[in-house]
Each structure stands twice: as C-alpha cells, then as structure tokens.
Ligand binder design. Structure first.
Ligand SMILES: *[C@@H]1O[C@H](CO)[C@@H](O)[C@H](O)[C@H]1NC(C)=O
Length: 365
C-alpha cells in the first residue's frame, strides 16, 4: 500500500456522503444567441441551480423557437475536410469560446455535441456525400469524421490559450453526435453499435485518460434504445445518455432497471433529454394540438422530474429558452418567464436534495 493511500484511509470518513443529483438544460443553437439572450439564459439557468448546458456544433440560422440566431456555419461548411486544417471553419468554436467563459461565471459547464443526426439527414457535407447509411457503414467517412472530432477537441480557446480537451473547468463532456442513427430505426442502431464505441475511442484517446471531461453517447429515441449493451462494455464511454419523452419511460421502476445495468457495468448514466409536452397529445408525439391546462403541464413537469430523480438520475431539460416559447410545434420548451418556468425552476432546484446513483460532483462547478 502506498503511503498516500494509507493516509487517505486514516482520514477517510466512515460513511461516504451520498452523491446528489443535479439538473441542467439543452440549447442546440446556443452558439448563435446574442449577448442579451445569453445573459438572460445563463441567469435563468443559474436561478434554477442548473449546472450543465448541452450545446451542438453544426450550422444554425434564422429564428429557432422564437430566438433570433446570428447565422453561423458548421466547422465543415462546404466539404469534408479530412484533417486539412485550412479547410475547417472555426466560427462556431470561437462563438462557444465566449459562451463557455460566460457560462463559467454562472457556475455552468457545457456538454458539447460535435455533430447531429439532424444535420446529417438535412444534407450537411457528410449527408450529401454518404447519406445516412454509408456515413455509419463505410470506413472513409468514419476516418474523416474522427478527424473532425480531433479538430474540435484540439481547438485552442481564443482567450484561455488552451485546447478544449484541457478545459475541464468549462467543459462537462463531449459526445460524437446527438442521437446517432436515430432516423434509421432500432434494428439499425443495434446492428451498428460499434460506430458509437469507435467514435468514443477517438474522443477518449484525444482527451487522454485524466482529462476530467466525460465522454457520453448522445442518446437515442427512448430509454431502452439509448442503452445498448456493447456501449455498457465500451471502455471509452463514461456516460450512457438517456433520451425519453414517453410517459412510461419516466416511471422510476423502469429507469431503475437501466440505472442498475449502468452501475453494474461501471458506467455513469444521465437523463440527457426529456420534456413535458405543451399540448394534450401523447407526450412523445407533440407536434401540435389543444393546449394542456397550465396546472396539468406543471403537475407533469413536477411529477416526472421527481420520478427521474428518484431513480437516481440527474437530468437535462429539453429546453429552456431565453425568450417566451412561440409554441411552434414539437413543443417541450419552456421560456424563462413562461407560465411553467417557475415550476421547472423549482423541480431543478429540488434535484439537489435527491440522492444520485452516480457521483458527478468532480465534473461540476
Ligand atoms: C437578442 O435576441 C433576443 C431573443 O431572440 C431578441 O428578442 C432581441 O431582440 C435580440 N436583441 C438584439 C439587440 O438583437
């Protein structure tokens, strides 16, 4: 036994304090919001004690969910760069440089999603050349995509002077892609689980083993689809991300099954996306419809957040907006100041007094 270990055992408390859950949010177009909106968002998240914000890398423009987005291109705006440094466009990374410094001042770290199935399916440079199948199946796009991941992880922060892969004070985690393969269906995801582990291996190898930054999966459509057993045994993955919108998936007993699987596999797990529909449709099918009463929606938010926490899971809401929600459809969002905001705020704060199955404390501010 090393001396330091003996010392640690002498001073270690007899009972280790249980980890608490935390809450956070998503805003896929955060890189393009203006300074006023950024302050509104970060102040709001802080007031809810939200600790992590998930943001995406990929082109955005126009009006998204009522937010004016200053247009920005993808890091590979016009062709697959395949490691050619002069070909990548760092605009979105530079925007996120500013954002993460601001976020840090509000006690918030970023979870950075380096691509999305949405962009692939919408015909970004990878989608155009390989479509949504060959992208996951052929080795050339996988190698080129790994170079994209390396380019992003090695991006030198413009004011902090360090590459992102060393910025654990600002970055909670990285994931290769939001909802990889999601439009291909569950059987396809099951048949191509190696894609996820291979990309995570690239991320982990670039970060190194002591980066203080987590590697996550980026989730799928629902809970069982988000938990593929090859990911539980993939050494490079630290966290299995759950995405869920179906009410059955929010049941504590359902979630506990997966929490146990993750614990047994030595992985962490998080409810990375969930939301309460604004309409009276099925919760996981929320395009438009008649509006739920505010009290019913608030009760849903409170109940489901508590159920997720009771399973030992921390959660990120989809999504908190820096403006009132225009209710444009597929409507889970809650604007700061909207009727349900104070309910979400209270639920997020309550996460802290619940016991977590996984200890994220070393990764939070
Ligand atoms: C900043 O963005 C918000 C949210 O979209 C918008 O309401 C506001 O007008 C914008 N402010 C400026 C100065 O563009």
């Amino acid at each position: 036994m090393r001396f330091s270990a003996i010392l640690a055992s002498l001073v270690a408390p007899a009972v280790v304090a249980a980890a608490s859950n935390f809450a956070g949010s998503n805003l896929y177009y955060a890189a393009g919001i203006n300074a006023t909106a950024r302050t509104t968002l970060l102040k709001g998240l802080q007031s809810a004690n939200m600790k992590v914000l998930c943001v995406w890398i990929g082109a955005q423009s126009g009006n998204q969910k009522g937010t004016q987005v200053t247009p920005f291109p993808d890091v590979e705006p016009s062709k697959i760069c395949n490691g050619d440094a002069s070909c990548y466009d760092p605009t979105v990374l530079n925007l996120l440089d500013d954002f993460m410094v601001d976020a840090h001042n509000y006690g918030i770290k970023l979870l950075i999603t380096m691509h999305s199935f949405n962009a692939l399916a919408a015909g970004d440079v990878y989608g155009k050349q390989y479509g949504t199948g060959y992208f996951y199946e052929q080795s050339a796009p996988q190698q080129a995509f790994d170079k994209r991941l390396q380019y992003i992880l090695n991006h030198e922060h413009k004011t902090l002077g360090k590459p992102w892969k060393q910025l654990s004070e600002y970055i909670f985690g990285f994931e290769a892609e939001n909802e990889a393969m999601i439009g291909k269906g569950e059987a396809y995801i099951q048949a191509h689980t190696a894609w996820q582990c291979d990309r995570a291996t690239t991320i982990k190898n670039t970060l190194g083993s002591n980066s203080g930054i987590l590697v996550l999966t980026g989730g799928e459509s629902w809970v069982s689809e988000s938990v593929q057993s090859p990911w539980l045994s993939c050494a490079a993955l630290d966290v299995i991300s759950l995405h869920a919108y179906g009410v059955g998936d929010f049941a504590t007993a359902n979630l506990q099954t997966y929490v146990t699987e993750a614990k047994n596999a030595g992985k962490k797990m998080i409810m990375e996306e969930w939301g309460a529909c604004y309409f009276s449709t099925e919760n996981n099918n929320c395009p438009q419809g008649s509006v739920l009463s505010t009290s019913t929606r608030n009760s849903n938010i409170k109940t489901w957040a508590a159920q997720i926490n009771a399973a030992g899971l921390s959660w990120l809401y989809w999504q908190v907006l820096p403006n009132n929600d225009p209710h444009e459809g597929s409507d889970y969002e809650i604007g700061i100041g909207d009727a349900s905001w104070s309910t979400l705020q209270t639920a997020a704060k309550a996460a802290y007094s619940t016991t977590g199955a996984f200890d994220f404390s070393a990764y939070l501010l």
